[in-house]
Design a protein around this ligand. Sequence first.
Ligand code: ADP
Length: 451
Amino acid sequence: MVANRGEIAIRVFRACHELGIRTVSIYSEQDRRMMHRFKSDESYLVGKGLAPVPAYLCIPDIVRIAKENDVDAIHPGYGFLSERGDFADAVLEAGIRLVGPNPEAIKRMGEKTMARKAATEAGVTVVPGTPGPVKCADEAYAFCKEHGVPVIFKAAYGGGGRGMRKVNKLEEVKEQFERATSEAVAAFGNGALFLEKFIVRPRHVEVQILGDKYGNVIHLYERDCSVQRRHQKVVEIAPAPNLDPRIRDAITQDAVKLAKYVGYENAGTVEFLLDSSTGKFYFIEVNARLQVEHTVTEEITGVDLVRAQIKVSEGYTLPDLGLTQDQIKVNGSSIQSRLTTENPATPDFTPDTGRLDVCVSGEGMGIRLDSASAYSGGFVSPFYDSLLVKVIATDKDHPNACQKMLRALREFTIRGVKTNIPFIVNVLQNPDFVNGSVDTSFIEENPQLFK
Ligand code: ADP
């Protein structure tokens, strides 16, 4: 069973069907006609009478459906319940296997200051910051006075780029503390905040890791996710272009070191900020789940991460699966564009919804499409995130992958809803992007991308 919806549910079903495993989907009342339902062998309504998002968060109902239908294992996808320790507990208590890390790892990595502590203990450098959550604005002020600004408030239970507030001047501490607290309460039901030094113009470099139940951990190299809008990833690249091989070695080794230290099992991502001016990199967090951008890693390594997740959860060792470190080789370069039904002509990228009257996708050699609704007649509902299709372009190196992506994006014809294609086309044509030299300030500092 996949306790999720949309493209990621379909992604997992595909891996299951290749392994000869029968599949179960769940769907909310609003998702009655959603494609993921029809890509599984069986499908059941979840969270009857609940609102669209809470339906997929209804742990008792999900466990009920799983038990009634003899489900052996649940894959949580990303978002929704994927990083909820209480969900992992509930699944295991029901005697069902979870395709993901064990609940202890999920809980330990889910609270960012605990993850920072584990990283420090493992000998991995974290962004300088407070050891735990700050209790009040005065404590935050004292930290800023001692360590200097800029700093950034971050939600201890945060995710998706929300609940983050930069502080440029000491006078702003109180106001930003209050704003970030209320944002964190609204988004995560918990207002706990901690402080980190703000790293100026870093690259976001993250390492894909995979562990089995017996303490073996490997990495599958890194991704660069520096192209972000409001701290949210838009375009991801693997491997990170122009990365000094010594930094690549050090960062991947650190990721494995941390994963081994916490006994990490299954797939996960260790995220770092890289200060290109000094070559220093700092741990920021672990995502204890499959990520949206796992695709680019699959393309360059040839490893099906979802299949590996399932096999590892069944108890296979990484060597059983042919997944020892020296068997992981990088081949070529891959880029993922997150095509969304957001209107880039509006300042806030207002989400557009409705029927796709026409949808013709870019295809051809080296293009992979992961989607649930990118087809003529497909429907984009207002209730969930606006991801329409992940377009993945793979070629021998980064500049060629850029050309391939551009060519594919130009083949798309979508009528009925607005998409961010024009914006991504601008990104792909930017010389700094093609050179592989962008950092996380790229979108903010290039207003011409919005034209
Ligand atoms: P989330 O869990 O919400 O995704 P992350 O901790 O992964 O939050 O950070 C998301 C993005 O925010 C990073 O990729 C980076 O662009 C920015 N960011 C986070 N922490 C810092 C920092 N200390 N200095 C500068 N930028 C930061």
